[in-house]
Design a protein around this ligand. Structure first.
Ligand SMILES: [Cu+2]
Length: 211
């Protein structure tokens, strides 16, 4: 095998394809950089436009409606004093609501009661507020909290002041049966935390079925 005159193919190739001379290199690099920039800019604009049109096609602008609940309904609960036992009682205690957005109204006819240890923060309802006699609140004043309506498995917590009307809205999307109860110490016995109607089914506890 005979060696080539310089014996180095790489050097050979390099000498056959010389790079731009140092004087023109700056201008040429700037030129190709700006061409590259324009290419990227053009591609970027085209891609953005394409994505934009795609989004418009996929999500046509709604005709004035901001949210579109599938279905909404009402559920009315009343807290009154049971004539026989003298205990405060939710009615109905066991009920069924439709899936979708449900607007609850609790009409509390029981007398006002102070519960200063009350956590009293509303949770699990739309916008995080309940309406007390038409006024939206995130936390219920503890000086007058007669009862509550809690569904732990839905993260739902609302409080009902005495002699008031409470309203709240929840999105109940999944069917099922959920237990509810009142956590406000409304027991009629010596210990209001443990005596009936606290925890008493049909009075301060029950079940809500979503169907
Ligand atoms: Cu209660």
């Amino acid at each position: 095998m005979v060696a080539t005159p310089d014996g180095n193919p790489q050097t050979h190739r390099a000498s056959r394809a010389p790079g731009p001379d140092p004087a023109s290199k700056g201008a040429s690099t700037a030129g190709s950089t700006s061409r590259l920039f324009l290419t990227y800019l053009t591609v970027g604009i085209l891609v953005s436009f394409g994505i934009g049109m795609g989004l418009v096609a996929a999500m046509p602008p709604s005709s004035g409606r901001t949210s579109t609940p599938i279905h909404y309904s009402y559920m009315n609960l009343t807290i009154s004093i049971n004539a026989t036992s003298g205990w405060p009682q939710y009615s109905p205690a066991n009920f069924t609501v439709s899936t979708g957005e449900v607007i609850f109204t609790i009409t509390d006819l029981d007398s006002p009661m102070s519960w200063l240890q009350c956590p009293c923060v509303v949770a699990g309802v739309n916008a995080g507020v309940e309406m007390i006699n038409g006024t939206p609140v995130h936390a219920v004043p503890s000086g007058n909290v007669a009862h509550s309506f809690n569904i732990p498995n839905l993260g739902l917590v609302v409080y009902s002041p005495g002699l008031s009307v409470v309203q709240f809205t929840v999105d109940l999307l999944n069917p099922g049966t959920f237990g509810w109860f009142c956590i406000v110490p409304c027991g009629a016995g010596e210990n209001p935390y443990s005596s009936p109607p606290m925890g008493e089914a049909g009075f301060m506890a029950g079940s809500m079925t979503i169907a």
